[in-house]
Write a protein that binds this ligand. Sequence first.
Ligand code: HEC
Length: 134
Amino acid sequence: MHTRYSARRWLRFAVGVALMSMPVTPAWADGDPEIGKQVFKQNCSICHSPLPGKVIVGPPLFGVVGRPTTSVAGYNYSPANVAAHLIWTPTQLDKYIENPQKIVPGTKMTFPGLPGPGNAEKRANLIAYLSTLK
Ligand code: HEC
C-alpha cells in the first residue's frame, strides 16, 4: 500500500516537472497591455473595477494575476467559485476568459467569454493589462 502511494506521488511529480519544462511560449507572454486596457473597458469594466476594494457586479480585479479564486474579502462569491480552488495564473485566466462556465461550472459570472483561437490575441492583451494591476 505504502509503496503504491509513493509511486503515484512520484509520477505526479515527474509529470509536473515535464509539463513545467515544456518549451512553449504562452500566448499571453507577448500581450500588449495598452490594447488590453481597451479590451478590459469593452468587456469587463461594466462588472469589474481595476481598483482595489471596489465591487461593481463582480469582485475587483486589482491584483488578480497570481491570486487564488475567492480571495476578495467581503465579496459574495457563488458556491461554484468557492469550490473551484484555482490560482489565477495567466494560463488559468486565459482558459477562464475563453469559456468561464467550462472552468468554473455554475459561476454567477454571466459573461459568455472571448472564445476560440480567433480571440487568443485579445485575451493575451487583456491578461498583459491585468498583470499591470498591482
Ligand atoms: C456581467 C458581469 C461580468 C462581466 C462582463 C465580467 N465578469 Fe468576471 N465576474 C463576474 C461575477 C459576478 C463574478 C463572480 C463569480 C462567482 O462568484 O461565481 C466574476 C468573477 C471573475 C473572476 C474570478 C475572480 C475571483 O476572485 O475568483 C475573474 C478572474 C473574472 N471575473 C474576470 C473577468 C474578465 C477578465 C472579464 C472581461 C473579459 C469579466 N470577468 C467580465 C461578473 C462579470
